[in-house]
Write a protein that binds this ligand. Structure first.
Ligand SMILES: Nc1ncnc2c1ncn2[C@@H]1O[C@H](COP(=O)(O)OP(=O)(O)O)[C@@H](O)[C@H]1O
Ligand SMILES: [Mg+2]
Length: 341
């Protein structure tokens, strides 16, 4: 296909204050930056662009696609109408519209959105995850869970709902935190063993075979004393917050060849088990004995230039522009292959 004539639609969420949680709006606003950067990368490669901002109506997705018939969609949507639970449905809508799109398909997005279920799938494939329990009622806490634990909303991302008090060391604190999550996020709470060690991520890109990029680590050296070492919401999004300044990403991570091999193997296995495509990020934590656990699999990670995936691309020597162009080519090729089958 002649790139010069190719129209690429950039599909992304626009934050609508009345729909989201105002306190946790920063993560949602960041998507617009990611969209601009992806668009600029394709524009410089000769693509024509169609911006498709999504607020709260599916017509905002369907009508522009029907009108201009882009050849491909760069799907950056992380939900719909302020709910991350609808992330998979947006991809599903694109599948029904029969239009190629970048990133993961609706099935993989749906699968990974539920952290408890993802843990179960990974464990069934002998991949290590922290012991975890799903709690829907604060009066029914897991009796076998050993402290310290972390309590998080089961189906969110971007560290939404994750703060220092998410890490609990007593039953009373556990009950309170579970109650908070149930009330504020309207979904079950995931209670997990707290893995108190290094935090390392593996970004994977399809090129067209999945390839693990240089590992990235969050260093906690300058993290405020007395707080549990986690990349909570403030650490991820509030630039002036002490936990933000105390969580410093480095890429490539300094790891032994043996550990690197192990994390790479686990990340690729998770990719295969969850039937991922395009790009993804697998997040690990190591315990005190350097045993890795998969914390979560992100089938729709932040693609902006400031985020982990872009850092890993740079460490591998892949230009950000090339990443987007190859993702678009891949999406077009996959669609063609589907139609030929
Ligand atoms: N079981 C755990 N043990 C230790 N830290 C954790 C655990 N679960 C989450 N965290 C911390 O909280 C952060 C966000 O949790 P994560 O499950 O990745 O949620 P999100 O999908 O919002 O990124 C992680 O990056 C990590 O710092
Ligand atoms: Mg995460």
């Amino acid at each position: 296909m002649n790139v010069r004539s190719t129209l690429a639609g950039i599909l992304y969420n626009v934050f609508v204050p009345s729909l989201g949680r105002p306190k946790e709006a920063l993560s949602e606003r960041a998507l617009q930056t990611a969209a601009q950067q992806a668009g600029a990368a394709l524009l410089s490669g000769g693509y024509r662009l169609q911006w498709i901002p999504v607020r709260d109506r599916i017509e905002e997705i369907v009508a522009p696609i029907r009108r201009r018939r882009p050849a491909v969609i760069v799907n950056l949507c992380e939900g719909f109408r302020g709910h991350s639970a609808y992330e998979a449905q947006v991809a599903g809508l694109l599948e029904l519209l029969d239009i190629p799109f970048t990133g993961n398909n609706s099935h993989a997005l749906f699968q990974c959105h539920d952290k408890f279920r993802t843990n179960a799938i990974l464990r069934a494939s002998a991949l290590p995850t922290p012991p975890s329990w799903l709690v829907e009622d604060e009066r029914q806490l897991p009796a076998a869970a050993r402290f310290p634990l972390i309590v998080k909303p089961n189906c969110e991302d971007a560290s939404i709902g994750i703060y220092p008090h998410s890490v609990v060391r007593t039953r009373l604190a556990l009950r309170k935190q579970v109650a908070r999550v149930l009330a504020a996020y309207d979904q079950p709470a995931l209670v997990e063993s707290f893995v108190d060690g290094r935090e390392i991520s593996a970004a994977i890109v399809d090129q067209p075979e999945p390839r693990v990029l240089p590992l990235s680590e969050i260093l906690f050296q300058h993290y405020p004393a007395g707080l549990p070492r986690i990349v909570g919401y403030d650490a991820k999004w509030q630039a002036a917050h002490p936990t933000y300044r105390g969580t410093v990403p480095v890429c490539p991570a300094r790891v032994s060849p043996a550990l690197e091999q192990r994390l790479t193997r686990f990340a690729l296995q998770a990719w295969r088990v969850l039937k991922l495509r395009g790009y993804a990020r697998v997040d690990f934590r190591l315990d005190a004995r350097a045993c890795p656990y998969i914390l979560e699999v992100n089938p729709n990670p932040d693609t902006s230039r400031e985020a982990g995936l872009a850092r890993s691309l740079a460490a591998e020597g892949i230009a950000y522009e090339d990443f987007w162009r190859s993702q678009v080519r891949l999406a077009l090729k996959k669609m063609k292959a589907n139609h030929e089958n």
